[in-house]
Write a protein that binds this ligand. Structure first.
Ligand SMILES: *Cc1c(COP(=O)(O)O)cnc(C)c1O
Length: 609
């Protein structure tokens, strides 16, 4: 899997005159965004986790960009004024692990080119196109196996012309090392070496570099005013059209999971077939597990154990794995999910009691604390965000109290994780479940149990009440074999990897802020329309809102559902047993404008009844 990219951005851009005198070329804006930022976003959408930018001229611009995208690492070419692209590439090479996409910073391109290179069998391969007529072409000559022989800006220098260099290449670290060596060997005679010179030299001597031609590829490089004009008037609109054709029909899910995902998460599922017992796939699962852990704890503090299954599998793994034979469990039940955990405890014959609360009012924390102390419980289970009504339980306060009284804490955070900022050590949570298809914004199919390191070790010898869902065995097997015990949902894992990359960029705090903005739009509209919400606003999770059915006898949830669905929004009925309600969730890849669109539909429907 290609996880790194290098952008060579050291150049002076002198052919653009005043425009780039005090700004790197990559910061030319087209369509309201610097072209290099567009490139960064395309790389991220293709699953690149590490973007190394070689800077030179006006590096402060890139330092700002790196603040916005934590996946960017900078390498500065001090000699940028006296070297050329190869000099900038050379300062980046030490950061490349196995293989990377190498790009020029002044490119405007259709993202499909990145997929072409990622999917190429050849490890070293240059992306090229048919005739562009751009006026600044770098022509390529190849051998019979489509390997680079020679490049030139002058047609007459070549025996034959196969294609034009785009400026996006996939290269292995060993090839890059050879290029750096070539540069160093020719410092005296060629101080300003372009990277394609080194590529040609390497490929024509010993180490073949392939050329992949995409005849009608949409791209351009921007070196002068004419290029810029062509980019704005022709290439950019063409790229937008190509990319929109590949867009997937937008459906906004306002049900409480699975949540709406980005197209890049949907596309991440499309990968070459792989046996999940290959080390390469084990490394991906290991990465997922490590990155998930880092969302909820300091490095090394939390282990995330993955299971094929929905969120309920995570809950069942915890209930069946985390309570010893002689343990006694208190389950807080203030909605359908607390009840579900109680059902599981009953099935497994675990000694348990429930602490019942109505899901509309805040839990009586003092009464709960008293129950915890009086009942001689060893374990306490609670739902972080009761999705039944959208109430957020005071989990840190309760769990801290539990730890003060040596009670192990089990938290269903299925619909809280990745929206509500959580630190398991700080919040005294021992075990916590979630799933790939809620706030992390991936596809359904993977359940996870986050375990504080010591808590995980403590359950080693507990009774194995469930074979498939045993946390300790699942973890132990993975650590030992770099494989899951049983077949994981492979494509869901790839999508989750992409969802994690995107969450790291948005940050959990940023995501909660976006969800809250959507919630505000919704709640304001609900009040304006005159609908009632049973849960007081101060207890809202900002992730889902329960709304009382209107009193009109003409109201019918199915009609409202169908009306919304026709306009691209999916909603979900209520889950309260004693009050007629419906729910609107505002999690997933949705924007406040879309929520506003939905509230217009809601208002329209309410006028018809
Ligand atoms: C969604 C959810 C679950 C799990 O539901 P699945 O359908 O099994 O994914 C568990 N607990 C809570 C609080 C939830 O919101």
């Amino acid at each position: 899997m290609i996880t790194q990219a290098v952008i060579m951005a050291g150049g002076l851009g002198s052919r653009l005159g005043a425009r780039t005198k005090e700004m790197p070329k990559g910061f030319l804006e087209i369509g309201g965004m610097p072209i290099v930022e567009q490139s960064v976003r395309k790389l991220i959408a293709c699953g690149i986790e590490d973007i190394i930018i070689g800077t030179g001229h006006c590096k402060e611009y890139y330092e700002e960009l790196a603040k916005k995208y934590p996946c960017i690492k900078l390498a500065h070419n001090k000699d940028y004024a006296d070297t050329s692209s190869m000099g900038t590439l050379a300062v980046c090479v030490p950061l490349v692990k196995e293989s990377a996409l190498i790009l020029e910073s002044d490119l405007l391109y259709d993202s499909i080119g990145l997929n072409v290179l990622i999917n190429e069998m050849r490890k070293d391969v240059i992306l090229s196109s048919g005739k562009t007529g751009s006026g600044d072409e770098v022509y390529l000559q190849v051998d019979g196996d489509c390997n680079l022989v020679k490049h030139s800006k002058k047609k007459e220098d070549l025996e034959s012309i196969y294609s034009e260099l785009v400026g996006i290449t996939k290269l292995t670290r060993s090839t890059l090392d050879l290029m750096v060596k070539y540069m160093n060997d020719h410092k005296a005679d060629q101080p300003k070496m372009e990277y394609e010179v080194a590529m040609s030299a390497i490929s024509s001597s010993c180490h073949k570099i392939g050329v992949r031609k995409v005849e009608y590829y949409t791209w351009c490089e921007i070196d002068d005013e004419n290029h810029l004009k062509r980019a704005v008037e022709q290439i950019y609109p063409h790229i937008l059209e190509n990319e929109s054709i590949r867009g997937i029909r937008r459906e906004v899910l306002l049900n409480p999971g699975p949540a709406t995902t980005t197209d890049s998460v949907k596309y991440a599922q499309v990968q070459a077939d792989i046996c999940p017992r290959e080390n390469e796939f084990g490394d991906i699962m290991g990465w997922i597990s490590k990155e998930l852990s880092l969302f909820v704890g300091a490095p090394g503090r939390v282990e995330t154990v993955l299971f094929g299954g929905s969120g309920t599998a995570g809950d069942e793994a915890m209930i069946s794995s985390c309570v010893p034979q002689d343990g006694k469990l208190l389950i807080v039940d203030n909605g359908a999910y607390g009840k579900r955990m109680a059902k599981m405890a009953k099935i497994y014959g675990i000694d348990y009691d429930t602490f019942v609360s109505d899901g509309i009012h805040r839990i009586d924390v003092e009464a709960l604390k008293k129950a915890i102390v009086d009942g001689k419980y060893t374990h306490m289970a609670i739902v972080y965000h009761e999705t039944t009504t959208g109430i957020l339980n005071p989990v840190p306060e309760i769990c801290r109290f539990c730890h003060e009284h040596n009670v192990v804490t089990i938290v269903d955070a299925v619909s809280a994780f990745a929206a509500v900022p959580i630190d398991m050590d700080r919040d005294c949570i021992d075990f916590m479940s979630s799933t790939s298809n809620k706030n992390i914004q991936g596809m359904a199919g993977l359940a996870f149990v986050f375990c504080r390191k010591e808590a995980l070790e403590s359950i080693k010898d507990y009774p194995m009440r469930n074979y498939y869902l045993n946390i300790y065995d699942q973890h132990h097997y993975f650590i030992k074999n770099n494989q899951m015990r049983f077949t994981p949902p492979v494509q869901t894992a790839y999508a989750l990897r992409q969802a994690i990359l995107e969450t790291k960029i948005e940050t959990i705090e940023g995501r909660y802020a976006r969800y809250t903005a959507c919630w505000k739009v919704l709640v304001e509209a609900v009040k304006r329309i005159g609908l009632k919400m049973p849960v007081p606003e101060s207890e809202h999770s900002h992730l889902i809102v329960t709304i009382m059915d209107p009193e009109s006898p003409k109201y019918n949830f199915n009609d409202l559902h169908d009306f919304a669905r026709e306009h691209g929004f999916t909603i979900y009925p209520g889950k309260l047993s004693d009050a007629p309600t419906f729910r609107i969730a505002n999690i997933g890849d949705i924007r406040p404008e879309e929520m506003r669109e939905f509230t217009v539909l809601l208002e329209q429907y309410m006028k018809t009844i």
